[in-house]
Design a protein around this ligand. Structure first.
Ligand SMILES: NC(=O)C1=CN([C@@H]2O[C@H](COP(=O)(O)OP(=O)(O)OC[C@H]3O[C@@H](n4cnc5c(N)ncnc54)[C@H](OP(=O)(O)O)[C@@H]3O)[C@@H](O)[C@H]2O)C=CC1
Ligand SMILES: O=C(O)[C@@H]1CCC=N1
Length: 273
């Protein structure tokens, strides 16, 4: 399938559905008029319609008009949506992309009762500014369709192909991870305010510093400790602050949080049944 001018139905025009649609169009490779977003409350999609996207509350119709179907509803909303669109699916035409947390390729095929090609993708909200880290996997899609999905997500950030068994881990690290890093930036800004900066200045300084730290790793391909060693002067203030944070469980809290999120992601869909 050539991605150019393919019709795309994004079922679930919420946070991620909208962010994906905007990122795809911002990449210059997709046209807003080829993307239909669905949700029950379509009034909330009016700003997208004003920007040229199509909006609908009719999932089955959106699917019947599309080549690529993106599932972007919550895990607990998935079964009713799949039941609703099942009749409209043509397995020889439709390619499914699912970003739904905790739902396996086989879960989707079993519920649909049709063997469609499904690629799972786990992006994050930075997709809106084309800075996502997206993990991709498929058990049954053709190499051409996996390539096509990679191209879609490469247009909105970085991609990596992983085994499906690691998708819940990927959810914790890259999708929930946005919230984890944002909370650490907020904590840094709060510390900055306590030591003398106005809140807005402290937040801007903390965010740019976090961006610089991440960019150092990506630019040099180095390990965090190599970069940390360049900051920590002997008997200096950095190592004093760093050790105080570690005494209070900084790394441990992040590791435990990521493990808890991965366990929860694994059960999000099955616990609903
Ligand atoms: N948020 C994130 O950072 C990430 C989320 N994910 C996954 O992506 C999926 C979407 O998450 P997110 O965008 O945050 O969730 P949202 O709740 O923002 O979006 C879900 C959307 O689905 C719509 N919806 C619900 N039922 C139906 C239906 N029957 N037909 C059509 N649309 C429907 C809702 O609108 P309405 O109520 O009007 O119908 C809502 O807009 C989830 O599975 C989540 O696990 C994956 C990676 C990152
Ligand atoms: O919190 C959640 O369940 C979703 C999945 C990953 C990010 N947000």
């Amino acid at each position: 399938m050539n991605e150019q001018y393919k019709k795309i139905a994004i079922l679930g025009g919420g946070n991620m559905g909208i962010a994906l649609a905007k990122g795809m169009v911002a990449s210059g490779k997709y046209r807003a008029e080829d993307i239909t977003l669905t949700r029950r409350n379509t009034r909330l999609l009016e700003p997208m319609v004003e920007q040229g996207y199509r909006a609908s509350s009719n999932n089955a119709l959106a699917v019947s008009e599309a080549d690529i179907v993106v599932l972007s509803i919550l895990p607990q909303q998935l079964d009713s949506v799949l039941d609703n669109i099942s009749e409209s699916i043509d397995p020889s035409r439709h390619l499914f992309i699912s970003i739904v947390t905790g739902v396996a390729v086989t879960d989707i095929i079993t519920r649909l009762g049709k063997v469609v090609e499904v690629v799972r993708a786990m992006p994050n909200t930075a997709i809106a500014i084309r800075e996502s880290m997206t993990c991709i996997t498929s058990k049954n899609a053709s190499p051409e369709n996996i390539k096509l999905v990679k191209e879609i997500f490469s247009a909105v950030g970085e991609t990596v192909e992983i085994e499906e068994e690691l998708m819940s881990s990927a959810t914790a690290l890259v999708a929930c991870g946005i919230a984890f890093f944002l909370r650490s930036i907020r904590a840094a800004a709060q510390g900055g305010t306590e030591i003398g900066f106005h809140a807005g200045d402290a937040l801007r300084m903390a965010a740019q510093t976090a961006k610089g730290a991440a960019s150092l790793l990506l630019h040099f391909g180095s390990h965090p400790e190599n970069e940390i060693d360049k900051v920590t002067s002997p008997k200096g203030c950095t190592i004093a602050g760093l050790n105080e944070m570690e005494h209070n469980g900084f790394s441990s809290a992040m590791i435990k949080g990521i493990k808890t999120s991965a366990n929860k992601a694994e059960k999000l869909y099955t616990d609903e049944k």
